[in-house]
Design a protein. Structure first.
Lengths: 367, 343
């Protein structure tokens, strides 16, 4: 066997696939673990053999960038190995994503929770942009949440380096609802500002608990944006009417953000408005956003471990407690067992509940 | 100096360390000249031993009069194919980024493999094709191979996975020509910089030196910024010294002397006659297990087939057992040691 094949076989042995958890058009995802430590992992198996142009571009992009980017708020690629004609990415295991959390109606978000998620998103994004990497597909569904509450940017299948001056980039990127107007107008020379627009939409969605700008088609997307933020003037966004796919979709008046986000603080609205400025060059950068007064004002961001969790997450993390509870219930007869209730865990749980008036019930039926 | 402190970077201190220092290139693809030599010699020795054994098992005594390639000859052959990448890139009008990346891939590939197993012609084509994708300049495989004589899509596709694997799927490469570009921009901004036309000439000459440097091992030893500085210095020592002074980087000027030597000494294109002779001998001493249709190739395939067959039978047996136990889904997944890769 060749040295390369041998090294690959060695790597492959480190990881165990346990269960298929999802299947997409180009990949199958398994839950698994590291053989020696038992650490939970996810294996994304990318089918390679089926493409006539060989290794698929999104696989190439994902591997290229995750190999280089190491940051607490970017998903970690632990290993890559191949099996026959499959490419296997070993990723850290993450419980859920921000979309699931937003959609979980039993959860109540405090302003401090939203601030925490936004801080982690901007931190991860600032790191990408500092490395000249554009993500180009930010949406709640691609912001994964670890068991300790840390948020991680994931899915780098559309990522790329910022192009050199004079080189075009495709405008067919970013899921429509999170796509900035310059891309909808067919702009082929753009910057990290495209990701910032997406983050702005996510920010708004966290407050509204429903997508902020849900257009039904690319044309309708522009209309939806302008209906919410007013049709841009030439003064607001110089030159936009000369973009390749510019169309006029009608005149809409500008309504203050305050009308929709009635409960938001002034800082909150100021940062949000700077993320969704029409003129991309004036949009706030990730680094500037991290220094925005929003993040330094009260309430301070919630500690990641204290952020709202979905029922499935809570169930998963409280399983040890569940077993102890069983013991305690049975303990009516024996004082010896009763003497060891999990005080520490209990206190933590009740304190947790007190800080939120709405109980996030432990719903085991869902698992 | 270069080899020190290449330990893994601490995430918490990430903002303080240069971005390059957390790259896979910095961590995994820099070697000393001695290391490079040792790696190539070891690869060559192992390949010769393995191929000799294959020949002997085929018909004893058959390897005694074969004149195998040595590490230097292998390297010379690879070097010639580096020049072919440049020719192809000119033909396709690929950007500099694609060319430089393809060349890096080719060099890295032969730090894990030998030309006696994989001939550089197809590896070169594959490395370049992969580079078009990793640098965001993809073209369809069909139009790629259609423009290269006597080449089929399968010649490229069959090796793509092997090449990617040999690169450890580390596709991002930091190039010296980018660093040079940055220095050029800097120079235009300096108060005592020469007129634009002269600067342009200096830049063009320096870029030529960078292209020459791609024929050498410098990128496997030195960081791109130092290579760029060396090339600028080859083009115009005075202006380089001026630039270094403004950056408080005088120290770097001493370091680049050895790079300059390497570029001037090893930057020559190998003689076609010499390489043709090497290639002629390679036809005889290449690994028969990799030659489609040969006895050894068929034997290896048969071995692999048998293994796969055994695996399939084992799997079928498991399914049958499970069915007998009345559970068509088999035993608990978690109890199974491993999910098979072809399920």
């Amino acid at each position: 066997m060749d040295a390369v094949e041998k090294a690959n076989a060695e790597r492959q042995k480190r990881w165990v696939k346990d269960q298929k958890v999802g299947e997409g058009t180009y990949a199958v995802v398994y839950r698994g673990r590291e053989l020696t430590t038992g650490r939970k992992i996810a294996i994304k198996k990318i089918k390679v053999g089926q493409f006539k142009d060989g290794l698929d571009m999104s696989a190439v992009r994902e591997v290229k960038y995750l190999r280089e980017l190491h940051h607490p708020n970017v998903i970690e690629l632990l290993d890559v190995f191949s099996s026959k004609t499959n490419l296997n990415l070993v990723l850290e295991f993450l419980d859920t994503d921000l979309e699931m959390i937003i959609k979980d109606r039993s959860l109540v978000f405090l302003p401090a929770d939203i601030k925490s998620w936004m801080a982690m998103t901007f931190r991860g994004l600032e790191f990408c942009h500092r490395n000249f990497v554009l993500h180009r597909d930010l949406k709640p569904n691609n912001l994964l949440i670890a068991s300790d509450g840390q948020l991680k940017l994931a899915d780098f299948g559309l990522a790329r380096d910022v192009a050199d001056p004079g080189y075009k980039m495709t405008c067919q990127v970013i899921t429509r609802w999170y796509r900035p107007p310059e891309l909808l107008f067919g702009c082929r020379y753009y910057s990290s500002a495209v990701d910032i627009w997406s983050v702005g939409c996510i920010f708004a969605e966290l407050m509204l608990r429903t997508p902020y700008l849900p257009g039904e088609s690319d044309m309708d997307q522009l209309k939806t944006i302008f209906r919410a933020l007013g049709t841009p003037t030439e003064e607001e966004w110089p030159g936009h009417s000369k973009l390749p796919d510019y169309v006029s979709v009608g005149q809409f008046p500008r309504t203050p953000l305050r009308d929709l986000f009635t409960a938001a603080s002034a800082d909150t609205l100021n940062l949000l408005s700077k993320c969704i400025i029409y003129e991309p060059r004036r949009r706030i950068s990730a680094r500037e956003a991290l220094n925005h007064s929003y993040f330094f004002a009260l309430p301070y961001p919630t500690h990641p471990s204290k952020l709202p969790k979905t029922a499935a997450q809570t169930a998963a993390s409280s399983r040890p407690l569940d077993e102890v509870d069983g013991n305690v219930d049975l303990s009516g007869s024996g004082p010896g067992v009763k003497a060891a209730p999990p005080k520490k865990l209990k206190r933590k749980l009740s304190g947790h509940d007190l800080s939120r008036n709405i109980a996030r019930k432990l719903d085991f039926t869902a698992t | 100096m270069i080899q020190s402190s290449s330990t893994s970077t601490d995430i918490s201190s990430a903002p303080k360390t240069p971005l390059f220092h957390s790259s896979t290139q910095y961590r995994n693809w820099r070697f000393s000249a001695e290391q490079l030599h040792a790696t190539r010699t070891a690869l060559n020795k192992a390949a010769v031993a393995a191929i000799r054994a294959t020949f002997e098992s085929d018909s004893p005594g058959s390897s005694s009069d074969i004149h195998f390639l040595d590490a230097r000859e292998e390297h010379l052959l690879v070097k010639l194919y580096i020049t072919k990448i440049s020719q192809l890139c000119g033909h396709f009008h690929f950007p500099e980024e694609v060319e430089a990346t393809g060349i890096t891939y080719l060099k890295r590939f032969y730090l894990k493999n030998t030309v006696m197993d994989w001939h550089p012609k197809n590896v070169m084509l594959t490395a370049l094709f992969l580079a078009t994708k990793t640098t965001n300049h993809p073209i369809s495989l069909e139009s790629y191979t259609a423009n290269i004589p006597r080449t089929n899509p399968s010649d490229v596709l069959d090796l793509e996975f092997l090449v990617a694997q040999s690169l450890a799927f580390e596709f991002a490469v930091w190039h010296a020509h980018r660093a040079l570009w940055g220095m050029w921009l800097d120079l235009q901004d300096l108060p005592q910089s020469p007129p634009h036309e002269e600067l342009q000439k200096i830049y063009d000459t320096a870029l030529q030196h960078i292209r020459t440097s791609r024929l050498t091992d410098v990128e496997l030893v030195y960081p791109p910024s130092q290579i760029a500085l060396a090339c600028l210095s080859l083009a115009h020592p005075n202006i380089t010294a001026y630039w270094a002074r403004t950056k408080n980087a005088d120290v770097a000027l001493e370091a680049v002397e050895s790079i300059k030597r390497m570029i001037t000494q090893d930057g020559d294109v190998p003689s076609v006659d010499v390489v043709r002779e090497i290639d002629r001998r390679l036809k005889i001493c290449k690994n028969p297990e990799k030659v489609v249709g040969s006895k050894a190739y068929l034997a290896k395939r048969a071995r692999e087939e048998k293994e796969a067959e055994l695996k399939r039978m084992k799997k079928a047996e498991n399914v049958r057992k499970a069915a007998e136990q009345g559970n068509p889904f088999g035993e608990e997944l978690a109890e199974r040691s491993n999910l098979d890769d072809d399920d």
